[in-house]
Design a protein. Structure first.
Length: 104
């Protein structure tokens, strides 16, 4: 599923008040981090990841790689912060996906 403009705008507005729950530092992306991001997206649907100053990773590359490996959608990349979205497969965790589905 590729996000459309209205869907991205909605997700960006919802993510504005969120704090990053993962940080990528000098060690870069690890397999454990990818697994944890996938689990967090299953429960939260929308998360922020920040890249620390000491990382050698490029923000856009990390966003693309995370989207491939998790798999999820990149809602926004702003500065050193990435906003990721993935609809939860469990109904009790679906907070944003019903609204995103309406915005087609």
């Amino acid at each position: 599923m590729t996000l459309r403009g209205k869907q991205k705008r909605f997700l960006r507005s919802q993510a504005h008040h969120l704090n990053p729950i993962f940080q990528i530092g000098k060690d870069g992306m690890s397999e454990a981090l990818v697994i944890q991001v996938g689990e967090a997206l299953e429960k939260r649907e929308l998360i922020k990841i920040s890249l620390l100053q000491n990382t050698e990773e490029e923000v856009k590359e990390v966003a693309e790689e995370m989207a491939k490996q998790v798999p999820c959608e990149v809602a926004q990349v702003i500065g050193r912060v990435i906003v990721l979205y993935k609809a939860s497969s469990k109904e009790k965790y679906q907070k944003f996906s019903p609204e995103v589905a309406k915005l087609k």
